[in-house]
Design a binder for this molecule. Sequence first.
Ligand SMILES: NC(=O)c1ccc[n+]([C@@H]2O[C@H](COP(=O)([O-])OP(=O)(O)OC[C@H]3O[C@@H](n4cnc5c(N)ncnc54)[C@H](OP(=O)(O)O)[C@@H]3O)[C@@H](O)[C@H]2O)c1
Length: 380
Amino acid sequence: MERQSEGRRQTERRQFLRGSLLAIALSPITSYSKAATLDSVTHSGGSLANSPTRTLGTGKASLEVSALGLGCMGMSYHRSFVPDKKAMIALLRKATELGVNFFDTAEAYGPLVNEELVGEALAPVRDQVIIATKFGFKEGQTSLGLDSRPQTIRKVVEQSLKRLRTDRIDLLYQHRVDPAVPIEEVAGTVKELIQAGKVTHFGLSEASAATIRKAHAVQPLTALESEYSLMTRQPENDVIPLCEELGIGFVPYSPLSRAMLTGYLNERTRYNPNNDNRGILPRYQPKNVLANWPMIEVLADFGNQRGLTAAQVALAWLMAYKPFIVPIPGTTKLAHLQENMGAASYQFLADELTKLTNDLSAIKIVGDRYTGIQAQQTSK
Ligand SMILES: NC(=O)c1ccc[n+]([C@@H]2O[C@H](COP(=O)([O-])OP(=O)(O)OC[C@H]3O[C@@H](n4cnc5c(N)ncnc54)[C@H](OP(=O)(O)O)[C@@H]3O)[C@@H](O)[C@H]2O)c1
């Protein structure tokens, strides 16, 4: 690649900030496109801090949120330890002061207790935050199977409203597509809840492109929340392009691949068998953690030259992919929250992004992200 002078690089950086550079940054391996600008990154006067925001969805379905959200699941569920509730309430409130206004929970996290935690923590700042939650499992328990029947959706919404201490859910996702209930019926039920003012925006999680199209035709979707990280890039094939086509936001969950991309996990990491799904997921088994280590090396090498951590590089990369992408990394620690938020202000240069993407894309990812019934419930 041609050597650039410092002046040229500065001009280029300014162009990037104006939202034009990603259009030329692109390696053939990725699907970065002309539309992949940072145009929609603005500074919000409405949030509690002056932080960058992004827009999920379009038209009446649009929702302006902080450029990074906060995944709340691990504060109660699936990440081995459950921290002190008071500490998590303090962390959630601190997050709002730092400029995060987009919080992700679900009936199934706990179950129930995570919504209660989020509701209690955010009640004092309710009008300044966006709360996303999900329905879709029998009695809120993933182990009991799927249930998106209209009467269940209506009942769960009433219960979630109480647990969240609010009169409306800002973004209601179906957690997993239920093959027993046509998606049009699910979308129609959410549409009625929107008309009733109990829900304001609609989303799906781990839905296929065909399901997204059908749902969107009944009730425009604001966001699709699916697993997307440098370890799980399948959404680039069809779901993210479809979101771009239809003007739907994309919310990557497990954007740090459940801590794998931070470098904090290693082959000696032990997961609590009673409260951590990583213990049974193929990708997190010791030999696969080792096999995937080259990913950490590339992220760390890139970050070390630029004062960034591996986690920050992984999050910044996702955000550079499309302007309608809003990752929701989960954390129980203020230091990690601040670190992750720092990723939102990193702007890649064209050549470095291309090289980083090429280096990362050359690494073979070992181990499936899900197994068994969990795998069957995705891409439906
Ligand atoms: N729709 C769905 O089906 C679905 C499925 C899974 C998750 N989600 C949502 O997505 C959110 C995030 O997903 P996730 O928790 O599975 O995975 P993640 O965000 O990729 O990773 C979270 C893990 O990374 C650690 N971590 C975070 N930042 C770190 C940093 N800077 N340095 C070192 N470690 C760091 C956290 O531990 P510490 O607490 O120690 O920081 C935690 O163990 C969840 O909270 C949930 O809201 C949705």
